[in-house]
Design a protein around this ligand. Structure first.
Ligand SMILES: [Zn+2]
Length: 672
């Protein structure tokens, strides 16, 4: 659970203003040899995929991912500019971003230093004398965002979201999730063998002799396996009831008695108030391991986690070994990303609202923000009409659903108030030190310092240069960073069919997350609190079961198919999102006449826009990893899945009953 890679997006913005004609769907991307009623994924973007192979450093590719890489080109313009000078005022956005990025780009220095920057911490781990030292070292790693074997961050209280509390969560695994340690299929066995070799290689790079490195890798694996055995699986982790364990500080001390919580909380400057423990069973295992695992083995484990967490900050040898396992083997990429892209991503992860401020100034005009706000409000209104018109829901539950919809808080583009990073001591001298200082600020000042205080509803969980969006059920907010509000997803010069069919469906998707199998468990105030009558809840669950069943039957290889329960929330989001974006588009059509394009009706263009924005080509390894652990279905099924349930789609393309893209009436899913 280290920092996750954010996905950036946009195309060159000036194209939006350069010419006045309206942009439409990409007719050249269509595969006209395919039948839209048989395989709409292939039909809508097959030619583009055939002509645009996945770049060596990527694991999937489409116009959407291409736009993400173009956003990095835009960030590079900003980063090259601010890092070309060293005389910015201290604490300014330019100094912070320029020094961080500049030190990251100093590859010669990073390579010359090799393992040296990690040595003080490795020596301190080696020097630990007892359990108290071990706990101090766990705290020190947490300060750097290396949350092992568990983590502690701020979170809104499930039962009173206006208050921010501590959330203690399970972590500490080097493989993607628990199943990789436990499942017996050959592909998981192979992943374990490759993982052991990777851990061994990292120890060798850190100076271990061959035999010791091999033994150390085994030690790491055995400890992680015990943690994995006591962790929730990916499906259980999506169930808010299973991770909701409000606990008093006194009870935490009883639950995990070996850990000295008073010391930790006081060092972290966190008040000992009520908190949440996501996985009590896991924490009981941590307690057992603190008592039973030898100090020698803990030293090995913490050294590995330090090297693993900081591999990207060390010399090429570490970077390449890390890529060989996580990038090439697990994700299928052929090449490491160029250094400048990795440095741009890392700057965004640690200083995202400083870089984001510059990005928004240069690439996100107010006009785009205003237009996006109008679209969100039109799609919220389509959701309102949809809820009102539901035949299966009682008036009592409808009232609650509408109440929840009325409290939605849309956030568009960038935060009203920017984070102030000026206290972070950054300079050009050491990438390692900069990384530590920035990571520490993000943990201490941007997470721990919020615990025990009223929730700040102005905060953002994604940075403006992130090409993505999210729904947060506790704050009932839908959030669209500037970088996703860019062509081809959103273009102030595009026809409505393109905007509603791409970003409109994304907006509908995020709104629908408020009413998916997870979101529907949170009320208008963001509390984990049932607002459904028993009968309506039963009817809702049988409707969502239809979607889970549908995705259970989507295969990527013989014997490997989606796990319907894992991808349920995202699939409900796509299904309802496409429906309400379509309804909002119908209203737009009444207001402005919509052009036909190359013989395609406006409704056909709407669906093609979704197929062209959402569909992608993905490497087989990446696809396997997604199907195992990602709550998102692969893009092919995010096109085929929802559209094959929508009668509006089959009408638009005059598809016959019995076509692959028209699910039979008895199998057709409709949740909202
Ligand atoms: Zn989603």
């Amino acid at each position: 659970m280290r920092r996750c890679a954010f996905l950036l997006s946009t195309t060159l913005y000036f194209s939006m203003f350069a010419h006045a004609e309206q942009h439409g769907i990409q007719v050249g991307d269509l595969d006209r040899n395919a039948d839209p009623c048989t395989d709409f994924f292939q039909y809508s973007n097959g030619t583009w995929r055939a002509q645009n192979p996945i770049p060596a450093y990527m694991d999937r590719w489409s116009r959407r991912w291409e736009a993400g890489e173009k956003a990095k080109d835009q960030l590079k313009v900003i980063l090259d500019d601010v890092s070309s000078r060293t005389d910015w005022p201290r604490g300014s956005v330019e100094q912070l971003v320029g020094d961080y990025y500049g030190s990251c780009m100093d590859e010669a220095r990073v390579n010359k230093l090799g393992i040296t920057p990690a040595q003080p911490a490795l020596r301190d781990i080696e020097a630990m004398k007892d359990g108290r030292d071990l706990q101090k070292m766990i705290f020190r790693l947490h300060q750097l965002g290396i949350f092992v074997p568990f983590g502690l961050v701020s979170a809104s209280d499930n039962h009173n979201p206006s208050q921010t509390i501590a959330n203690i969560f399970a972590s500490g695994l080097g493989l993607p999730d628990r199943d990789y340690y436990l499942k017996t299929e050959p592909r998981f066995q192979e992943a374990r063998e490759k993982y052991l070799v990777h851990v061994e290689n990292m120890f060798k790079l850190a100076g271990y002799e061959d035999a010791n490195a091999k033994a150390a890798a085994k030690t790491v694996f055995e400890l992680e396996k015990k943690l994995a055995e006591n962790s929730l699986d990916n499906v259980a982790l999506r169930d808010p009831q299973q991770t909701d364990h409000k606990t008093s500080f006194a009870d935490l001390k009883k639950m995990v008695p070996t850990f000295e919580w008073d010391t930790y909380f006081s060092a972290a400057n966190i008040p000992g108030v009520d908190l949440n423990v996501s996985e009590p069973k896991f924490m009981a295992e941590v307690d057992r391991q603190l008592r039973e695992t030898s100090l020698f083995d803990w030293k090995t484990y913490l050294k590995w986690q330090l090297l693993h967490g900081q591999a990207g900050v060390l010399s090429d040898a570490f970077v390449n070994e890390n890529f060989a396992f996580y990038g090439a083997y697990l994700s299928g990429a052929k090449e490491l990303k160029p250094r400048w892209k990795r440095c741009a991503e890392s700057t965004d992860q640690l200083l995202g609202e400083a870089l984001g401020k510059k990005y928004v100034e240069k690439y996100f005009p107010e006009e785009a923000k205003a237009r996006a706000q109008v679209m969100v409000s039109n799609i919220l209104s389509a959701m309102h009409d949809t809820i009102e018109g539901l035949e299966w829901m009682s008036p009592e539950t409808k009232k609650k659903a509408l109440e929840k919809l009325s409290t939605f808080n849309p956030k568009i583009g960038y935060p009203d108030k920017w984070k102030d990073y000026s206290s972070i001591p950054l300079n050009r001298e050491s990438f390692w030190n900069n990384e530590e200082a920035a990571a520490k600020w993000n943990v201490e000042k941007d997470s721990w310092a919020l615990i025990g205080k009223p929730t700040d509803r102005g905060r953002w969980g994604m940075t403006p240069p992130t090409s993505n969006a999210y729904y947060n059920p506790l704050l009932n907010e839908i959030v669209f960073p500037a970088a996703i509000l860019q062509p081809p997803a959103f273009d102030v010069n595009a026809v409505d069919a393109v905007n509603y069919g791409s970003i409109g469906v994304v907006m509908g998707h995020e709104i629908s997350h408020g009413f998916d199998d997870q979101g529907a468990q949170f009320d208008a105030q963001g509390r984990l609190n049932n607002w459904w009558t028993a009968d309506d809840l039963k009817r809702f669950q049988s409707r969502t079961a239809c979607v889970a069943h549908q995705f259970d039957n989507y295969f990527i290889e013989p014997n490997i198919h989606h796990n319907g329960k894992l991808v349920l929330g995202e699939s409900i989001g796509d299904l309802a999102g496409a429906k309400i974006a379509y309804l909002a588009f119908q209203k737009a059509k009444q207001q402005h006449a919509q052009p036909t394009l190359d013989g395609f009706t406006p409704d056909q263009q709407f669906f093609i826009a979704w197929g062209q924005w959402r569909g992608d080509e993905i490497r087989p390894a990446s696809q396997r990893k997604m199907v195992q652990g990602d709550p998102h279905p692969i893009a092919k099924y995010r096109v085929i899945g929802p559209l094959s349930n929508l009668p509006e789609f089959s009408t638009a393309f005059s598809c016959k009953q019995g076509s692959a893209m028209v699910r039979a009436a008895a199998d057709r899913c409709e949740v909202w």
